[in-house]
Design a protein around this ligand. Structure first.
Ligand SMILES: Nc1ncnc2c1ncn2[C@@H]1O[C@H](COP(=O)(O)OP(=O)(O)OP(=O)(O)O)[C@@H](O)[C@H]1O
Ligand SMILES: [Mg+2]
Length: 257
């Protein structure tokens, strides 16, 4: 469903030039949930932004469903590939009702039957129509993120790019939203690329994950490797320890990769 080959991204010029993504390759099968992990600044969001078309100054090759992406995306691409961001408060317009937020993409793509589609998608994300005329500030964080998922789903995409979709949420709510995302993927045969710095989240959601450090791929590992701890790279082992919470003695032993 997704093929990324030799992806490179630079930001800035001259002395301040930053090679943010270095020769990254990966493929994702249809219906699969693929994880991108790595410490802050390792290039995870940049990769998603390239796939989504939010960044255009990349080099390499990106294919979705066998079609090579050009720098400008057409309407059909936007329908096929949707993105969910980390902060649902920031990504929802504060003065637009949920109804208006969900109808906006329908209007852009000239899809009819808006009322029925809005009601259906609100049901699918477990909110129901009673939320329809509320505003973002009248929702909890988890409910807002469900609206963000609904907005991505309403165009019936094939691929959803999820950038830290639950890291702004309380741990108990995180699990609910992750389970919802899992159910939706299975029901609709969606393909996910999920970015998270939290290995627990990624191993819950993804069979395969790419470990990133400073723009480079460190290794590709499977969920079972992660569970059994059969990991080769020291960097990944360190990430695993870091994910278990703050531990002074462990952190004192960390190396700089
Ligand atoms: N628009 C931009 N302009 C300049 N530099 C950028 C831009 N976006 C990202 N960068 C730089 O590219 C590198 C990778 O950033 P990116 O946002 O992809 O990291 P990340 O892995 O998503 O980190 P985090 O986990 O903190 O979200 C960083 O060094 C960052 O400062
Ligand atoms: Mg990021």
């Amino acid at each position: 469903m997704i093929a990324v080959e030799n992806l490179n991204v630079f930001f800035g010029h001259g002395l301040t030039r930053n090679h943010a993504v270095k020769d990254v390759d990966f493929t994702v099968k249809k219906g699969e949930s693929f994880g991108l992990v790595g410490e802050s600044g390792s290039g995870k969001s940049t990769i998603l932004n390239c796939i989504a078309g939010l960044l255009t100054h990349w080099t390499g090759r990106i294919e979705i469903g066998g079609a090579r992406l050009t720098k400008t995306r057409n309407m059909a691409f936007c329908r096929k590939v949707q993105m969910v961001f980390q902060d649902p408060y920031g990504s929802l317009h504060p003065r637009h009702s949920i109804d208006r937020t969900l109808k906006e993409p329908l209007k852009i793509h000239r899809l009819g039957d808006a009322n029925r589609r809005v009601a259906r998608v609100l049901d699918e994300v477990g909110l129901g129509t009673k939320f329809r005329f509320r505003f973002p500030h009248q929702l909890s964080g988890g409910q807002r993120q469900r609206v963000a998922v609904a907005r991505a789903l309403i165009l019936a995409p094939e691929v959803i790019l999820l950038d830290e979709p639950t890291s702004a949420l309380d741990v108990s709510i995180q699990a609910e939203v992750l389970n919802l995302l899992q159910d939706l993927r299975r029901e609709k045969n969606l393909t996910y690329v999920l970015v998270s710095h939290d290995l627990a989240v990624v191993s819950h959601m993804c069979n395969t994950l790419l470990v990133m450090n400073r723009g480079r791929v460190v290794e590709t590992i499977t969920r079972s490797q992660l569970k059994n701890g059969t990991i080769n790279e020291e960097y990944t082992k360190q990430l695993l320890v870091a994910g278990k919470g703050y531990d002074r003695t462990a952190i004192d032993r960390f190396q700089d990769f």
